[in-house]
Design a protein. Structure first.
Length: 299
């Protein structure tokens, strides 16, 4: 008698799914498709035309992309955006991790300090940007003049070589709160018994951080780096509030250029091509970051 073979049944075959899951996910998926994917597909289509955002248009293929790659203004915007994103990401995560470790230690008024450091993140970027613009335009130059510092005696916002600094300073000052919050969440997941064992073995503070704390918050470091870089690459409000892309277009980011010329200077299709290219760059950078940092996480 032939031996009967046992049929393997998938564990999902008899699983019943609560209809409530579909009622929650399907409407959300439809809204995302309408307000995110459909506009993106429209923009990608118009990048292949000569549309000005209204009226008639003709299909011109890849001419916008070819012109964009030979446009020095677009190239400068990409270079400025990427360099600034690297500076902001490093500064934001370094300070965020430092503050998180400090606020997670045994210090007085710890909860109050946590609230104080998080306040900047709750404020509107444009409002704070205009406050910082006044600070960099009036009080700081007066301090520079009083101290006899030439490069600080005039507004940094009007200096083509230093106008990037106020933008980076504002971005780091406001964004560090979110990074600190994520790192604090990661630090709370570490068992205190690990540190107690390290104390018994005579491990110093730096060794505890580098060999215990940092490896164990690896996933939080990864997500922080990805989110920080993504937000920095999408910088827009800071430029609007502080420099308006000046002086002499030195502080134009890609997002600002797409907005300014795409909606205000009749380059709708051209800047749609820029937006599609920028989306691809963001996706590639995020993928590289995830692959790089995920491979170094503590399992």
């Amino acid at each position: 008698m032939a031996k009967a073979t046992k049929k393997k049944v998938s564990r999902y075959s008899t699983r019943k799914v609560d209809p409530a899951f579909y009622w929650m996910t399907v409407p959300a998926a439809i809204l995302v498709a309408i307000f995110l994917y459909w506009p993106f597909l429209q923009g990608a289509f118009y990048s292949l035309t000569n549309s000005q955002g209204y009226g008639t248009w003709d299909f011109i293929g890849l001419k916008n992309f070819i012109a964009m790659f030979s446009d020095s203004r677009v190239g400068n915007a990409y270079i400025f955006t990427i360099v600034m994103a690297v500076v902001i990401t490093i500064g934001q995560n370094f300070l965020g991790l430092f503050l998180a470790v400090l606020l997670n230690s045994k210090i007085a008024f710890k909860n109050g300090f946590r609230a104080i450091f998080f306040v900047p993140y709750t404020l509107a970027v444009l409002v704070i940007g205009y406050v910082f613009k006044y600070i960099f335009m009036v009080p700081i130059p007066e301090i520079g003049q009083a101290l006899g510092i030439d490069w600080l005696s005039t507004s940094l916002l009007t200096n083509p070589d230093l106008a990037w600094f106020p933008i980076a300073f504002l971005s780091i000052w406001q964004g560090v709160a979110y990074s600190t919050l994520l790192y604090l969440a990661g630090l709370q997941t570490i068992d205190t018994e690990v540190y107690e064992a390290a104390d018994i073995d005579g491990v110093n503070a730096w060794q505890k951080f580098w060999q215990i704390t940092f490896p164990l918050i690896g996933p939080f470091f990864t997500i922080n780096m990805v989110l920080s870089l993504k937000n920095a690459l999408s910088m827009f409000d800071q430029v609007i509030a502080l420099t308006g892309g000046g002086p002499d277009s030195k502080t134009e980011t890609v997002s600002y250029l797409i907005f300014q010329n795409g909606l205000g200077n009749g380059e709708y299709a051209y800047q749609m091509a820029n937006a599609v290219t920028f989306f691809i760059v963001l996706a590639i950078l995020a993928f590289i970051q995830l692959k790089f940092f995920s491979g170094k996480e503590q399992i």
